[in-house]
Design a protein around this ligand. Structure first.
Ligand code: AMP
Length: 589
């Protein structure tokens, strides 16, 4: 273990050497010798500093210091005019270099004010920077400047350079988490794999560094509600048979929802939601927090799922871009109203003291259904077990036609592999995106009751294409988008005369509508594309057995085609033609 206090100058020397080397091994050696000089407390702080952070990502601690503010602090410490410093910054393009030159040129009134020339210590610098980050509210800017200038006043020019770069977020040493892990392993003689594993469970390197420096055993580091683990990731294959072969013949296939991945921690203190990159995103989803509290019966739990935007009036899934509305901090309350979400849970890693990460997926799925009571806002991701590629394909098309990206196929016996992109989870996505270029005119054959703003009216409509050879109507989509309030009233009114108590005999549908109509009203619709779908009957079996065609993400264009009789609507043959003619574009990864 190192001396009592490591001077900040030592850290800076190591940083300069690290920047100068071209050898990764030298980089690791420099880190090792630095760690060896420091106390456990200091090692933790050094690690945070080197990574350019003050705390782990999910704590969201930010310095809130831009270049201008930093230069104000340098000015206060050196007596140099801000304009002069700005010019220096402009010339060098590096705040650190501007600070270094200004400090080298100054007589430093600050040094006198402090009454000593005591060199800065690592802990002092770190603790002061943490105070800078925590200064918020009224007067925060002045407070930040004062704290920073107290550091610059005592810093050597070289130290000032690194402090300045750190505070504006431009330290950029290019030291990866794995390099730190390697150095910690060398410095304290701990097994690298064990250290990596601990890091996956508790990805806070500053804390991990302190822990090993204290000589504590790594098996004390366990999955902890409130601390996000590194998420398990998926590989990719493009055919169901390859996927089944890779997974040993059978797979748990789940809808691959198109939303934002959420690691949800339920603790006695409340619910926290973490992103795939371990950031705390709880503030964006107050509705999910509330819904999880209602749906999950556990005191403590770690769950994984996908938050998906849904159409407020129909409950249909929307593409993930719709979640962007949640990202504007001040608008969250309105966004919750206008852009509701549903949480689809697909895994559980921990329940009331029970670590489930080493348990097989099939068991975790059972535990998940035991603790979750599904509601409007919280569902369990749709899943089935298959051992036959054709059945996987039908499920895949069903999933896509519901607005997802495809399937994630998982090995039923696999453990939860934190931080790994292994072959136990395989995504099965569509490998092209096709675009629907033309509108279609479809016949309203059924409707679904509206909710929320649409209560009392219809929220969505079941539409069909016509087949002259059988004189029947075959469904192609359920549409709820594109209607204004006036449209919905009008649709309700014009459909009343055609309402019947059961499906019309000329309509072929697998879907059960709330209300059925005589096929009469024709409306114009456009969608993102025409896809294969087992839910609709248009061209059933024409492309693939058991699967029909559907309009994906359909939207009413605003045009009522009262000029068209239902027999003049788009035909099933035209739908098939449109499907075949779609522009196929390679979808980027
Ligand atoms: P990708 O982002 O294409 O690598 O696909 C993996 C992502 O799919 C995950 O990170 C999740 O956000 C998302 N996802 C959606 N549904 C599931 C599911 N059922 N299981 C696992 N991941 C899912």
């Amino acid at each position: 273990m190192g001396s009592i206090y490591v001077q900040f100058g030592e850290l800076v020397k190591a940083l300069a050497a690290i920047e100068a080397t071209t050898q990764r091994t030298t980089m690791v050696k420099l880190l090792v010798s630095l760690f060896k000089k420091a106390s456990p407390e200091e090692v933790g702080k050094i690690v945070y500093f080197i990574l350019g952070d003050l705390r782990p990502p999910w704590e969201g601690v930010e310095l809130g210091v831009a270049e201008k503010l930093c230069l104000r602090a340098v000015s206060k410490a050196t007596g140099a005019a801000v304009s002069e410093l700005e010019a220096l910054y402009k010339k060098t393009g590096d705040v650190g270099e501007a600070a270094r030159r200004a400090l080298a040129a100054s007589k430093r009134p600050g040094l006198l004010a402090f009454g000593s020339q005591k060199p800065l210590e690592v802990s002092e610098v770190y603790d002061t920077l943490l105070k800078v980050a925590r200064a918020t509210g009224e007067g925060a800017q002045d407070m930040k400047v004062a704290l920073l200038s107290s550091l610059f006043a005592r810093a050597t020019p070289e130290e000032g350079k690194y402090i300045a770069r750190f505070v504006v977020g431009k330290l950029r040493l290019g030291i990866a988490d794995m390099t730190i892990i390697e150095a910690l392993s060398d410095a304290y003689g701990v097994n690298k794999e064990a250290l990596e594993k601990a890091y996956h469970v508790y990805p806070d390197l500053g804390r991990l560094a302190k822990h090993v420096a204290e000589g504590k055993p790594l098996d004390e580091i366990r999955i902890t509600p409130g601390v996000p683990v590194l998420p398990m990731l998926a590989q990719r294959l493009s055919s169901a048979s390859e996927i089944l072969a890779k997974l040993g013949g059978s797979a748990i296939c789940e809808y691959k929802y198109d939303g934002e991945r959420a690691q949800i921690h339920l603790t006695p203190g409340g619910v926290k939601i973490f992103s795939r990159r371990l950031e705390d995103i709880t503030h964006a989803y107050p509705d999910v927090v509330k819904a999880v509290k209602e749906a999950v019966s556990a005191k403590e739990a770690i769950l994984e799922g996908e938050i998906v935007a849904v159409d407020p009036d129909t409950g249909d899934m929307l593409p993930f871009q719709e979640l962007m509305h949640r990202k504007r901090k001040h608008d969250v309350a309105t966004a919750v109203e206008l852009y509701p979400t549903v949480l689809y849970l697909f895994d559980v890693l921990y329940v009331d003291g029970e670590d489930l990460t080493e348990e097989p997926l099939i068991y975790r799925r059972v535990r998940l259904s035991e603790i979750v009571c599904e509601t409007d806002k919280v569902s369990i991701a749709k899943w089935r077990i298959f051992d036959n590629a054709e059945a996987v394909d039908v499920f895949f098309h069903e999933s896509v036609s519901m607005g997802t990206e495809g399937l994630i196929c998982k090995s039923p016996s696999s453990i939860y592999e934190m931080g790994a992109r292994g072959w136990n989870w395989i995504k099965y996505k569509r490998d092209y995106r096709s675009e629907m270029i033309d509108t279609v005119d479809l016949v309203v054959v059924g409707a679904f009751h509206g909710r929320g703003k649409r209560a009392g009216l219809y929220g969505a409509f079941l539409l069909a294409a016509y087949d002259p050879s059988t004189d029947m109507f075959y469904t192609v989509c359920k549409v709820g988008s594109g209607f204004t309030d006036a449209d919905l009233k009008k649709m309700y009114e014009i459909l009343q005369p055609f309402k019947i108590p059961h499906r019309h005999p000329r309509v072929v549908s697998k879907m059960e509508a709330d209300v059925w109509f005589v096929p009469q009203v024709v409306i114009e619709v456009i969608g993102a594309e025409i896809t294969l779908s087992p839910l609709h009957t248009c061209c059933l079996g024409a492309v693939r057995p058991g699967v029909g065609l559907a309009v994906r993400f359909p939207r009413f264009t605003g045009r009522y085609r009262s000029d068209k009789s239902p027999e003049q609507a788009t035909t099933v043959a035209e739908m098939l033609e449109l499907y075949k003619r779609q522009k196929k574009v390679v979808q980027p990864e």
